[in-house]
Design a protein around this ligand. Structure first.
Ligand SMILES: [Zn+2]
Length: 459
């Protein structure tokens, strides 16, 4: 007898789709087969004509600006997401100084108030004494650590020697180093030159972060990681060249190299950024049509492993919309709620990308790369994390309809085909007929084990 039976939908994995029924007992999937009997189920969900996807995983987000995990997970749940891999990092100028205290607080708070299961990445800064914090973070189930090659030498930016030392330490414990790849010193020079010339428009901002300074930093990050023998994950790749560099490194063997991109690089271009203005400020900036096509090619051929929102729940006020100097506008954009429907609409409907490739990028690869062994697939023994998605339903993006604390969208007014209707996490319904039925605090923290060591996994 099943507690839940999801009947007649198209069950999608990264390698194929088939019409099948999914039987669930308690928090697990216990059967996936062509025709399970209704009579054996307490509750039946009819998924005919719909896609039955593994619960979506957003691998990169920052729920600590104008959202906390409660409001952020509530918004994400409306888009079909069931698991968040969130950064527990804090904004610049935060009074919290100790990274371990910050992580403990984040976990405690999230377990009480998150709607969705969540795991954590941590941003390390040169001030954190990174070599001292790795062991206590691993004890807390954090195994992925992000550093910046950009954002000012006295603040977040890691110099090459510090980055190499940290990568050696991460490699020793079997962790993953995530790197924001832009050449921060060169960008500082260009920014200073533009500021002093009074060139402070959005197009000047785009010009201050040229694609060459991303490609150079990707090459440098992967070179340092190779010397250290450290697995490396390049966050928010925005250019075709960056994908090529990742492919090139993979061909020579050595540690793992992963690449991520985001909806805004797959859907928008530099002219969109200039049209939308300061509210679209993000780094790296949006690029050209050629880059966008190159990123989609990466989604198709494994050049890109993961697509993730990089959502940071900004608000118009926080972005100082109308601020005359773009260099003084905060970076970061909202979007977790529309993240999957947008890439579905653009990929599947406009570019004929098979939905299986999106399931690979948003479910399977995230579960593999971030050690979530019970997530990412619809198969016997997995957590009953399921998203029923209507590939045809049309709707319009309106910031006024959003559920988190963000009050704008880069996609305002866009028509989208495809919408999450119903989701379940570990056997409990989270989204029902497009509305989140909760509860807050129903999500659990997922401590992760170091990569390749499944024996201590406690997901
Ligand atoms: Zn980010």
């Amino acid at each position: 007898v099943y507690d839940w039976l999801i009947k007649g939908g198209t069950v999608v994995s990264g390698s194929g789709s088939r019409i099948a029924d999914v039987g669930i007992v308690a928090d697990r999937i216990v059967e996936v087969a062509p025709s399970l009997s209704r009579g054996d189920a307490t509750s039946v969900v009819d998924a005919g004509g719909r896609l039955v996807l593994p619960g979506l995983i957003d691998s990169h987000n920052h729920p600590y600006y104008y959202d906390d995990l409660e409001s952020f997970s509530y918004a994400a749940a409306h888009g079909g997401v069931t698991t968040l891999m969130s950064f527990a990092g804090r904004p610049l100028n935060s009074p919290v100084t100790d990274v371990i205290d910050m992580v403990d607080e984040f976990i405690r708070d999230g377990e009480q108030r998150s709607y969705l299961d969540f795991g954590l990445h941590v941003i390390l800064t040169p001030a954190d004494d990174p070599l001292d914090v790795l062991a206590p973070l691993l004890d807390r189930g954090v195994t992925s650590f992000k550093i910046f090659f950009a954002f000012h030498r006295q603040k977040r930016m890691f110099a090459d020697d510090m980055a190499l030392g940290l990568m050696q330490a991460i490699a020793r414990v079997g962790g993953l180093c995530m790197v924001h790849c832009e050449n921060g010193l060169a960008i500082e020079l260009l920014e200073d030159q533009m500021r002093s010339a009074g060139r402070v428009s959005v197009s000047d901002y785009v010009a201050s972060r040229p694609p060459q300074l991303e490609g150079e930093a990707v090459y440098r990050a992967l070179s340092l990681a190779e010397v250290a023998g450290c697995d490396c994950y390049v966050v928010h790749v925005s250019t075709a060249e960056s994908v090529d560099i990742v492919r090139q490194f993979r061909q020579r063997g050595g540690p793992a190299r992963y690449a991520e991109t985001c909806p805004h690089y797959l859907l928008l271009e530099d002219h969109d950024q200039i049209r939308i203005g300061g509210r679209a400020k993000i780094s790296p900036p949006m690029r050209t049509a050629t880059d966008r096509d190159g990123l989609w090619q990466g989604v198709l051929d494994d050049g890109i492993d993961i697509v993730a929102s990089d959502c940071s729940g900004q608000t118009c006020v926080a972005k100082h919309h109308g601020e005359p100097n773009i260099f003084d506008v905060a970076s970061g954009i909202p979007g977790v709620e529309q993240f999957f429907p947008l890439i579905f609409n653009e990929g599947v409907h406009r570019r004929s990308v098979p939905v299986e490739m999106l399931v690979k990028r948003v479910c399977e690869r995230p579960a593999e790369i971030f050690d979530l062994p019970r997530k990412g697939r619809i198969a016997v023994g997995m957590d009953a994390d399921v998203a029923i998605f209507d590939p045809a339903q049309e709707w319009t993006v309106r910031a006024a309809d959003q559920h988190g604390n963000s009050d704008y969208s880069l996609y305002e007014g866009s028509r989208v085909r495809g919408r999450a209707l119903w989701t379940m996490q570990r056997g409990r319904v989270v989204l029902d007929d497009g509305a989140v039925v909760g509860p807050a605090g129903g999500g659990r923290y997922i401590p992760r084990s170091v990569r390749g060591d499944a024996s201590t996994s406690s997901n």
